[in-house]
Every structure is written in C-alpha cells, then in structure tokens.
Design a protein around this ligand. Structure first.
Ligand code: NAD
Length: 476
C-alpha cells in the first residue's frame, strides 16, 4: 500500500531503504519469508570506549552493522561524522548488500561508523580511536579477510585504513592474508592503484553509459553523450572531487560546486583541481576568482543544469526543495541523498534518478579487486605485462615483414602496451558499471510496470540475493 505524504516524511534513513525494498519486492520472484530475511539487519554491534584526549578522557560511540551474511565476508565503509547513529549505519549497511549484488561483488553488506568530527579531532587522537575501534572489532570477530572487510567512507580515507590494517596485523601475526582485512589502503601498504578515485570514476562511467542511449536522452530533452553537459557537484571530498575531475575529461562542464561552507558558480566552467587548491589555501570555497558566490550552499541543488551530482551526505533533497530542482538527471554519488518524499516529486517532474546502489558502486568494485590482490599476494599485471608487450612487438614485426613497410616509432608505441595494474582496475571497473546498467535498464524495460530505475535496481538485486539463498537450498 502506498504511504501517505506524512508517512513518507517521517521515514528514518533505514526505513527509507526498507521502503525502496518494499516498493521493489512485487517485481521480484522472491518468496515472502525470504524477502523478510533479506531485508533485516543480521548483526548490530554498538560499543563505547574511552580515549585519551589531551588532559581529558572522552567516551567514543561506535558501530559496526552487518546487514547480510548471505555471502561472506561482509563489506562496507567506515564513516566518521557527528551525525553517526545506529539508524544511519543500518541504512548504509543495507545499501551495501544491494549494491554488492547489483555489481556482482560476492560480499554481504556492512557499514561502520564512529561519532566524531574528524576535522575537530587531533591526528593522534584520530589514530588512537581508529586503532581502538579495530581492536573492538577483532574482539567480536567482526573484522577479518573472510569475516568483514571495512573500507573508507565519509570522513575516512587511506590513512585510517592504514591504521586499521596495521592494528589488525599486529593482533594476528600468524595470518598470512591479514592485508585483506580492509580495503582502500595506501598503495604502499598493499592497497591497489585506482581505489582512491574509484567511486568517482565509477559515477562517470555510469553516466557515460546512461547518456549513450539516444532514446532515453531524447525523453529528457538532452543530446546523447557527456560532451557539453552542464554538471553541478555537491561535496568536494573524495567522491565529489574525483567525479568532477573525471567528468570534465569526457567533455562535460562543471558549472557549480557546493561545499559545507558555501557554493560557487561559473557558467564557463570550474576547474575542480584549482577550486580544491583555492579551498586549501584560503580555507573556504567561496571567493574563487571569476566565480559567483551563491547565497546558500543548498542553492546549488536548485540551479539549472543537465546533471546534478550530490556527493556529500544523505537527505539533502527533501520534500522542502525537490520541487525547485531543475536538473534533468540526478546521479546519487552519495548514499541516500534523496528522501522518498522528494523522490516522488522528482519522478513526477520527469527527472531521471540514478540510484546510489548503482551509481556509487565503483568504490566497492575496486575494493573487491584490492581484496583479490591481497589474497593472491601478487600485483595485477605483474605476470603478463612484459609477455603481452613482447607478443605485440612480434605481431608488428610480422606485419612489417609481410607488408614490407616499417611502422613509425609513434605507431609502435601506440600499439605496444602491456596492461599494468591501473589499466586492469579501470577496465574492470568500466566493464562492471556498463554491464550493471545494461542489466538494470533491461530489467526495467522487460516489465513496463516498474516505475523507475531505483525500483528496477532494487528488484534485480533482491533476485540475485534470492538466487544465492536458493543455491544454499533454503527453500522448503
Ligand atoms: P568525504 O568526507 O571525502 O567528502 C565529503 C565532502 O562533503 C566533504 O568535503 C564535506 O565538507 C562535504 N560536505 C559535507 N556537508 C556538506 C553540505 N551540506 N554541502 C556540501 N558539501 C558538504 O566523503 P566521501 O568519501 O566523498 O563520501 C561522500 C558520500 O559518498 C557519502 O554519502 C558516502 O557514503 C558516499 N560513498 C563514498 C564512497 C567512498 O569510496 N569514499 C563509496 C560509496 C559511497
């Protein structure tokens, strides 16, 4: 039964995810009881621990939620933010389950969170909190290469993942695979090239595929392709910055960037690298040379553009501002940026919503590659790069011998290229994002009653999880 406007407004973040699940359930072939099992969170761990903070002792509140054990290990980032609470971590863990299924990453979903403000926490305190949190997870068997594998999320990055692996390895000195206990590590600590930018790169690969369908673009009043599209990005952190940087390379124009302290607009286009540098030097995003400051940072969401990319936090497009959104496409680079109430308004306006469980799945995809690399103890491309180059060299020589013509050094250089780690990571990521979108689009087209892409993505994902359970012989 459809929810009333008031009921939609009152949904918490985790209830919103369940709402999307319920909306998709009728389009699946999953039995009732199993639907319930897929929807619930399997394990929720909340812990409080002390930390020395200058001359004080402070109590830190932290969570790890494993939403689904249908595949192990479970997987999901760790967030550092003052907004962290159990409901938020549950919602994010559930999204991870559906996200992994959509992109065929063989993990269950999980998420962690610590209620701290990383900006206002000294580095040495952040380090002791991260190490203590890891220790608490080890105590409960909630971290490990085959159990649960965290990654970066809002407010965390390579540095934190480095502290986590170091703590885990120190506590498990006998474990040969300990580096696979966490992903998003620095490359020099057995991380993988391309993981830092993977989520943003995945968003761009997704949009590039979405915008390639002439008919779909025509319905939105857009030309096919990313070339010339105007883009607005909210949040210039890991995901937002890399999305903005990479989408420009496809010929799109980033006309507006919003951060927590303000927003800037330039119809001629903004260079994300220069904006980031300006923010680093001046401490703010506003007053960027040549750009106009917007009155409020939230005004960015309501500006005219082709593609709006919320890449900060959840619930930024709500019933209060959805009617004012003028974008043609919204790509949910962040998790849960649109509330269910807002979604109904946006869909009525004919706006295409690219759902988070697909749009930002590039991060977990490359995390999966990193985990595989750690378990195999060898860098991708190491065994075959030189061999491939020699084979290509031999083919060129054969063509030269047969044709009697000599290839120029530039021609030779353009052909001879053995795939290194970054080439393989990016090509695996691109293939994943393209295939997943084709599956979602096809699934939606195969059932005309499916109202939108999110519902199609959820239904497809539930079917895939159901298949995993079916393979276990769980059905009566
Ligand atoms: P981040 O901490 O690197 O960056 C977030 C940025 O958003 C920060 O610069 C922050 O100042 C800014 N911000 C905060 N509130 C804002 C506001 N009201 N308006 C504008 N900007 C604001 O975090 P991230 O890793 O880029 O994550 C962003 C989102 O993407 C989150 O929803 C996260 O769950 C999701 N996500 C991240 C990854 C990943 O690999 N890091 C993967 C999938 C999804």
């Amino acid at each position: 039964m459809a929810l009333t406007k008031k009921e939609l407004q009152e949904l918490s973040f985790s209830q919103s995810v369940s709402h999307y699940f319920d909306k998709a359930a009728p389009f699946t072939n999953c039995p009732e009881g199993l639907l319930e099992q897929i929807k619930v969170c399997n394990s929720i761990y909340r812990v409080n621990f002390p930390v020395k903070w200058g001359k004080e002792v402070r109590v830190i509140e932290a969570y790890r939620v494993q939403h689904s054990h249908h595949r192990m290990p479970t997987k999901g980032g760790i967030r550092y933010s003052m907004h962290v609470d159990q409901d938020e971590v549950m919602a994010l863990a559930a999204l991870m389950t559906y996200k992994c299924a959509i992109v065929d990453v063989p993990f269950g979903g999980a998420k962690g969170g610590i209620k701290i403000s990383p900006r206002n926490t000294p580095e040495e305190v952040l380090e002791s909190i991260t190490r203590r949190y890891t220790y608490e997870l080890v105590k409960k068997n909630m971290i490990g290469p085959g159990l649960d594998v965290p990654a970066p999320d809002y407010g965390t990055g390579e540095r934190e993942m480095g502290w986590i692996v170091d703590t885990y390895a120190a506590l498990n000195p006998q474990e040969v695979d300990s580096y696979a206990c966490v992903t998003g590590k620095p490359v020099h600590l057995n991380g993988i090239k391309g993981r830092t930018e993977a989520t943003g790169r995945g968003v761009v690969y997704a949009l590039n595929e979405i915008c390639s369908y002439k008919d779909d673009m025509k319905k939105l009043g857009l030309n096919p392709g990313l070339e010339g599209k105007t883009v607005i990005v909210q949040g210039l952190g890991n995901v937002g910055y890399h999305t903005a940087r990479i989408i420009q390379k496809y010929g799109a124009k980033v006309i507006c960037i919003a951060e927590s302290d303000g927003a800037i607009y330039d119809p001629k286009g903004l260079d994300p690298d220069k904006v980031l540098l300006h923010r680093k030097i001046s401490g703010k995003i506003t007053d960027y040379p040549g750009a106009k400051n917007l009155k409020k940072n939230t005004d960015a969401l309501e500006m005219e553009c082709d593609i709006l990319i919320p890449a900060a936090l959840e619930k930024v497009i709500t019933g209060a501002n959805a009617a004012k959104v003028k974008a043609k496409i919204i790509a949910e680079a962040a998790n849960g940026p649109i509330t269910p109430e807002a979604e109904e308004i946006l869909l009525q306006k004919g706006i295409m919503i690219v759902p988070d469980i697909y749009a930002n799945a590039g991060g977990v995809t490359v995390s999966y590659f990193e985990w595989l690399k750690n378990l195999s103890h060898v860098r991708f491309g190491r065994m075959q790069k030189r061999f491939e180059e020699e084979t290509q060299q031999n083919i060129i020589k054969l063509i030269e011998d047969l044709s009697g013509n000599k290839a120029t050094p530039t021609q030779v250089k353009s052909v001879i290229h053995g795939a290194g780690e970054i080439d393989l990571v990016n090509s695996g990521l691109e293939d994943t994002m393209i295939s997943a979108y084709r599956d979602i689009r096809e699934f939606k087209r195969s059932n005309k009653k499916i109202p939108d892409l999110r519902t199609a993505a959820f239904a497809l994902s539930i079917n895939k999880i159901k298949n995993a359970y079916a393979a276990l012989g769980i059905f009566p």
